[in-house]
Design a protein around this ligand. Structure first.
Ligand code: FES
Length: 212
């Protein structure tokens, strides 16, 4: 048994998105990532997409599946019609997001515990919400699903940065003012929205609430 799947590819030479249709096996339990690997092996080895661990650890395989940002290695391909790159983010080629360009925006933000003497280090992640937030895979699906975010627009970082700042705000080692930092990056815009989603169960609404 086989099925067809649409893949929307970004062409960096022209800045266009083109859609191609590929026949793929309709194998029970197969994931979107395995299907992309099949397309690469059997149809077109120029198809660009990212992955690393192949199951829910590295956060590299984020794509949009039928319009919803998700992890290709977790999502079953049964019922899937279309795979596209994560929207709202800078792209390299086909399904590959330019993650370095995205993270570079925050290189001066001290996204690590600041201000505690090493001998004062206490137990970490005792708080259930902190534990949950620390399991962020940095896949950027939250940013891609945020209706307020568009890469390149000034003044609003999107949910990824707010998860990082909430992690640090709840970290007993960190003495920096993460609330002021989150205000500077536009967290007020999340107040009446909170429509971002996480395929890995990060409690985004609670993370934002911690900082507001
Ligand atoms: S390949 Fe690592 S999370 Fe999907």
């Amino acid at each position: 048994m086989s099925k067809e799947i649409k893949v929307t590819r970004y062409m960096p030479q022209t800045g266009e998105h083109i859609t191609e249709v590929f026949p793929v096996p309709a194998q029970a339990g197969a994931t979107v990532l395995q299907t992309l690997q099949y397309i690469y092996e059997e149809h077109d080895s120029s198809l660009a997409f990212r992955y690393g661990c192949r199951y829910n650890h590295c956060g590299l395989c984020g794509v949009s599946v039928d319009g919803k940002p998700t992890l290709a290695c977790k999502k079953r391909v049964a019922g899937v019609r279309e795979v596209a790159p994560l929207p709202r983010l800078p792209l390299l080629r086909d399904l590959a997001v330019d993650r370095s360009a995205y993270f570079r925006q925050f290189q001066d933000q001290s996204l690590y515990p600041v201000g505690t003497e090493p001998q004062l280090l206490g137990p970490l992640c005792e708080d259930a919400l902190h534990r949950n937030l620390m399991s962020c895979l940095e896949c950027l699906c939250c940013v891609s699903s945020c209706p307020e975010y568009n890469y390149g627009e000034e003044g609003f970082a999107g949910p990824y940065l707010f998860i990082k700042l909430a992690q640090l705000h709840l970290d007993p080692r960190d003495k920096a003012d993460r609330i002021t930092q989150s205000l500077k990056w536009g967290i007020e815009r999340c107040k009446n929205c909170k429509k971002c989603i996480c395929p890995n169960g990060i409690k985004l609404k609670q993370a934002i609430q911690v900082l507001l």
